[in-house]
Design a protein around this ligand. Structure first.
Ligand SMILES: *Cc1c(COP(=O)(O)O)cnc(C)c1O
Length: 398
């Protein structure tokens, strides 16, 4: 059989919304023998990570580090502050809220889910009604997904804080910033977030496997009232270890920590404000291309209001349902892997562009060029000049 000719040879590009592209500096930092886990540089390294993670999150409070993915941090956070039988409120604009809510049910909580569908950000009036109806303060926490990666909706966390404050409701505000930290502006203390969870494989540019739970004094006070907290998830020893192994309740994830150190160095060298501005500018170039493509009538952006869009992921839909062939073409023929549609009714028609973390202007143009090429190959109707529109956006100095 003759080999099929493919243009996929060359450096492949994983443009899905996590895991994100890993910088060479991160990979190189991990390429070393295992260190001593009882003495030496590893022991000195961990407090620097905690310090710099808190800078990225905008908090002076605490961070517990877990060997876990994002799902693990959901359970870790809940396990410290929600007892069986207690209620949490979960306003959903994508499937990641359902996932966190299920995790809450799994530890015995009652969940009040407010579903805003797959294309709308939170409806503050409906959240206000739910809070107002809870005069007895049964709701102990609000599970707030900042950016829902399935829909690419970005929710307004400060508005939710204001709402809880206005109504004098004591529920903890718990934020999922797994897709947003290091991409979209987030300021834990300034925004009044009590607990925040994130993981290392998205904006933090490190291979999946380490997750973080940030918490303030109000959350710690709730932790102190808990009848019991499972020992592995307990955040207390992890933030105030008496011996080094308690940071991780066992062997440290040695190589992840080296990789994370390199990633945090990159973020701080750039400056977090610049990191946010870069993501915003790149996202605007992507949206400019998408809006032109949409003129052909076959492609839609899932989130119509630009103010509610994530700067790290963009969910798109082909109305003729050909999302899967589009992704297959771009991966097999071009070496560009796009994100699958997640949680959508017409998921086969949907796909997502990941643009989080280690992304620059030429990568955005390559990703958009790949999508343009795949649409050409599939004869998908589209407006012309999408790449020019993206280029024009990037050509303006921020
Ligand atoms: C990726 C993601 C998760 C899940 O993280 P895993 O590491 O896959 O467990 C949860 N919430 C959001 C918003 C995410 O983007």
């Amino acid at each position: 059989m003759k080999n099929q000719i493919s243009l996929a040879q060359g450096r492949e590009y994983l443009a899905i919304p996590g895991p994100s592209v890993m910088p060479d500096a991160v990979l190189q930092a991990m390429h070393r023998p295992s260190p001593n886990i009882y003495d030496g540089e590893l022991i000195d390294l961990v407090p620097t990570l905690a310090r710099d993670l808190k800078r990225v999150a905008g908090t002076n409070h605490n961070v517990a580090i877990y060997i876990a993915n994002g799902h693990g941090t959901w359970e870790a956070a809940l396990s410290n502050v929600i007892a069986p039988g207690e209620t949490v409120l979960a306003p959903a604009s994508g499937i990641f809220t359902y996932g966190w809510a299920e995790m809450a049910e799994g530890i015995g909580a009652k969940v009040e889910l407010l579903d805003f569908g797959m294309s709308s950000s939170w409806d503050m009036d409906r959240i206000a009604d739910a809070i107002r109806a809870d005069a007895a303060h049964q709701i102990k926490a609000v599970l707030a997904v900042h950016v829902d990666t399935s829909s690419s909706i970005r929710n307004d966390i400060p508005a939710l804080r204001a709402l809880l404050d206005d109504m004098n409701h004591p529920a903890l505000l718990m934020a999922d910033c797994i897709a947003s930290l290091g991409c979209d502006r987030f300021e834990m203390d300034a925004w009044g977030v009590d607990v925040m969870v994130t993981a290392c494989q998205k904006g933090l540019m490190t291979p999946a496997g380490v997750g973080f739970v940030f918490f303030n004094d109000k959350a710690q006070a709730k932790r102190a009232e808990m009848p019991r907290v499972s020992q592995y998830w307990d955040w207390q020893p992890r933030v105030k270890p008496k011996v080094f192994y308690q940071y991780f309740n066992g062997t440290a994830p040695t190589h992840h920590l080296y990789g994370l150190r390199a990633a945090l160095d990159m973020i701080h060298a750039e400056g977090i404000e610049n990191v946010w501005a870069r993501h915003e500018h790149l996202a605007k170039a992507i949206w400019a291309a998408c809006e032109i493509w949409a003129e052909g009538g076959a492609l839609e952006m899932n989130v119509t209001n630009g103010a509610h869009r994530s700067h790290a992921v963009t969910a798109l839909r082909l109305t003729d349902g050909r999302g899967t062939p589009l992704r297959q073409f771009s991966e097999r023929q071009l070496g560009l892997t796009l994100g699958i549609g997640l949680g959508m009714e017409d998921h086969a028609g949907c796909f997502r562009l990941g643009h989080m973390g280690h992304m620059n202007g030429q990568m955005v143009m390559a990703m958009l060029g790949g999508v343009e090429t795949a649409m050409a190959a599939l004869n998908i109707p589209r407006g012309s000049g999408a790449l020019e529109a993206a280029a024009a956006t990037l050509a303006i100095k921020p």
